[in-house]
Design a protein around this ligand. Sequence first.
Ligand SMILES: [Zn+2]
Length: 165
Amino acid sequence: MKKIKFYKRPIWKRYKIVMLAITLIKSYKIKYRIKINNHRCYAHPADKKIFIGIEVEDSIQDFLSTVMHEIAHIENFRNNKFFKYHNIGKNVKLTKQKMKDYKRFALRAEIYTDYVASKLMKKHFPEIPYRKGYTERNKKWFKTEILDQLIIKLRKILYKMCKNA
Ligand SMILES: [Zn+2]
């Protein structure tokens, strides 16, 4: 019987690894929230804040790849990479142009973020392969499930802002 690789095991109740990830996030001077039973993970780079969801079936590899990916978003903002995409945060004003830029650069920015994240993974956890979030296969998923939904949400916020102005 083939032994299952340790990083394929569930992250659920692996407190030590979660604590290790938190220490790493803090070392990058990033604020964080970790949510259990949640599949959404995202970053607000302008606020230097990341949100990590953990689900029961997520592996150690899934979890650490996500953490590296969200750290990479903040680092990209700090390094001015895909700034128009990364300039998102509580105090960043939303405009129609911003939404246009956001959508336009989204996929390229995400693929670049995966690249930066894979380098971070190699640096901090060299024994664990980075699990890419954005491959050819899930580009369509990204567009229909994530981006289109997000744009609808952003549009609502923008509409409210215009109404109250
Ligand atoms: Zn991302």
